[in-house]
Design a protein around this ligand. Structure first.
Ligand code: MN
Ligand code: MN
Length: 470
């Protein structure tokens, strides 16, 4: 008998695992297997866009640019995608209602913190060949030393040809890395703060140590490395100038925990929300309102540039889609945007028993309690936050109940402890209803981030419910 009496009016946040039947568990683990496979292969924005585009095309999505060229029109039920510079992509399923009545939009980002190669990366020091890097996004620099790293990216040659590079993922590939000082010589380093112990300028990658045999040459190790790169990829040193090369943790996503209830992977911020939002829209057929999944680049450095959320890309795409439905007007585009509703999905911080002091236990996310809704984000007095409206949140509560989605609410840490931004406020500029939501992580922005398989499953269910009902 239950001895703990409880008010019938008290809200109890459920643990998803308690609710799962055997059939549910199979679905949870099938989804997490698909997600882990994706995470093991796609570690850059470009790799994500290529994967999502290929999968969408297989199920009948057409390229918006092709439709424009062919002067085709769009009708309800049609599936279309648009992308920009191979780094941001949007998927649309055209609804029965006119676009100006608004869209149901899922948004997430596909860029993640990492080390980018500098413009002139390759140098030789003390008979070692090294790459200079400049970190991308917010990282704790000491976390990026002494672990296996891989190089992913593209080099574009003067003639426009593009070379895709992945080094460090195949088990026969070499891996790269950043060194750290041995403990025996670290007396001075150990007295520094965590922020200063490893400096950004010192995040240099060791890439080679064999010198060219010809002793008359200077920089023999660098010379040898250039020969190897030329032989393997046909590139010369100057080609690094027109390259986008990212250093990321090497290796596959892994089951985490003895019960395999969690996932360890690089770049779960925010590909865990991107992947589930992508799968959710792939299951949408003939919606009432137009469904959208928008997967953007550059969130980690302020959503800037042509491929970031601040760009006109999405607005222009909505204009093109309005045009392909006939009878274009700017007013219709504006109405389509204003009347839309959006779940801006980004990761939350899950309560961590090792660091309880940074959380308000009543208002933080936990593993296994489902998708996390964040009414607001921001920092120091909600600064920079999109503060979602109670009317919209009430509607979402009712949708989540109807679809039996397990959910929780949270804010990122204690008041004045920290905080963060997302893309939510940028879309809210159009006057649409937007809320932040997503999946809670341990180790956010670390090389290996942790998520709960139950939360992954509940998030996908929530996104699907939202596209169906909002
Ligand atoms: Mn994020
Ligand atoms: Mn982030």
């Amino acid at each position: 008998m239950d001895k703990v009496k409880k008010s019938p009016f008290e809200k109890e946040y459920e643990i998803a695992w308690d609710k799962y039947s055997k059939a549910d568990l199979k679905k949870v683990f099938d989804l997490s297997d698909r997600y882990m496979d994706f995470m093991s292969r796609c570690k850059t924005e470009r790799e994500c866009v290529e994967e999502f585009r290929a999968r969408a095309k297989k199920v009948g999505y057409e390229n918006l640019q092709d439709l424009i060229k062919q002067k085709k029109s769009l009708k309800p039920g049609d599936k279309v995608y648009a992308e920009i510079m191979g780094k941001t992509i949007a998927f649309f399923v055209i609804g029965k209602k006119p676009l100006e009545s608004g869209m149901s939009i899922l948004g997430a980002h596909i860029d993640s913190p990492r080390l980018d190669l500098k413009q002139n990366p390759l140098y030789e020091d003390a008979d070692l060949a090294m790459f200079e890097t400049h970190y991308y996004g917010g990282i704790k620099k000491y976390q990026w030393v002494t672990l296996p790293l891989a190089l992913h990216g593209v080099i574009v040659k003067k003639d426009g040809s593009r070379i895709n590079i992945v080094i460090g993922e195949d088990e026969n590939d070499p891996v790269l890395g950043v060194s750290d000082l041995l403990i025996h010589l670290a007396q001075d380093q150990m007295k520094k703060t965590l922020a200063e112990g490893v400096e950004g300028e010192n995040l240099n990658i060791l890439v080679g140590s064999i010198p060219l045999k010809d002793k008359e040459t200077k920089n023999r190790v660098k010379h040898n490395m250039l020969n190897i790169l030329n032989e393997k990829y046909g590139i010369v040193e100057e080609d690094f100038v027109s390259a986008e090369l990212e250093i990321v943790p090497a290796g596959k996503a892994r089951h985490y925990g003895i019960d395999k209830s969690m996932i360890m992977a690089y770049g779960q911020d925010d590909r865990v929300c991107a992947y589930t939002s992508f799968e959710a829209i792939m299951e949408i057929e003939n919606p009432e309102k137009t469904s959208v999944t928008l997967l953007v680049d550059k969130e980690e450095i302020g959503s800037v540039g042509a491929t970031g959320m601040h760009s006109r890309f999405f607005e222009n795409t909505v204009a093109e889609i309005t045009n392909l439905q006939g009878d274009y007007s700017e007013l219709k585009v504006r109405r389509a945007l204003t009347n839309s509703k959006m779940i801006s999905s980004d990761v939350s911080a899950a309560f961590d028993p090792n660091y309880p002091e940074v959380m308000d236990k009543k208002n933080c996310a936990s593993f296994g309690k489902g998708i996390v809704f964040n009414k607001y984000t921001g920092s120091r007095g909600k600064n920079g936050s999109n503060d979602a409206n109670p009317e919209f949140i009430a509607e979402l509560r009712s949708i989540m109940e109807k679809y039996r989605v397990i959910w929780q609410t949270a804010e990122l840490g204690k008041v004045d402890q920290g905080g963060g931004g997302t893309i939510a406020y940028i879309l809210a500029n159009y006057g649409m209803e937007v809320i932040d939501a997503g999946i809670a992580l341990h180790n956010m922005h670390a090389p290996w981030e942790i998520s709960s398989k139950a939360d992954l499953y509940e998030a996908k269910k929530a996104y699907h419910a939202f596209l169906n009902e909002a």
